[in-house]
Design a protein around this ligand. Structure first.
Ligand SMILES: [Zn+2]
Length: 146
């Protein structure tokens, strides 16, 4: 995602960018005007992005946001997070809080729950499968009983 794509954008690009802005698995592009914090998300118009709060404009995005390739990253991340949450509920966290298991600080986790926004540059942690997972007695191999 190194190439920049300048406004005006085609309807397909606008659609991709609006979906990107609305997605819970992307880092929403926000107006950085310090006069209105927390940051306000840009609204995507064919002529450029506009801050609804101060009318600041942004007229470029990285290629991947405009052409839809960001969706691949989003889907992968969504699946990985879902899997980690399931594993945590299955007791794999080893007593860690869910936020730690997901590689988030408590504050980041709170933000994620409230606004569905993950931190910029967030990467889903790789958690190797535990080899000593609890196995219910009924599923143990009969060979192990004497
Ligand atoms: Zn603004």
């Amino acid at each position: 995602m190194t190439q920049r794509v300048l406004a005006p954008w085609t309807p397909e690009q606008v659609q991709s960018m609006r979906a990107y802005q609305a997605s819970q698995y992307t880092s929403t592009l926000c107006c950085l005007n310090v006069l209105h914090r927390p940051n306000v998300a840009f609204e995507v118009e064919p002529e450029g992005m506009v801050c609804p709060s101060c009318a600041a404009r942004r007229e470029w995005v990285h290629e991947g946001i405009a052409n839809g390739t960001w969706r691949v990253i989003e889907l992968e991340q969504a699946e990985q997070i879902d899997e980690l949450v399931t594993r945590w509920h299955d007791g794999e966290g080893g007593g860690a809080g869910l936020h730690e298991w997901l590689g988030l600080s408590e504050e980041e986790y709170g933000t994620w729950l409230e606004t569905s926004q993950l931190p910029v540059n967030y990467e889903v942690p790789r958690r190797p499968r535990s080899t000593s997972s609890f196995v219910p007695p009924t599923q143990r191999s009969p060979a192990s009983s004497s």
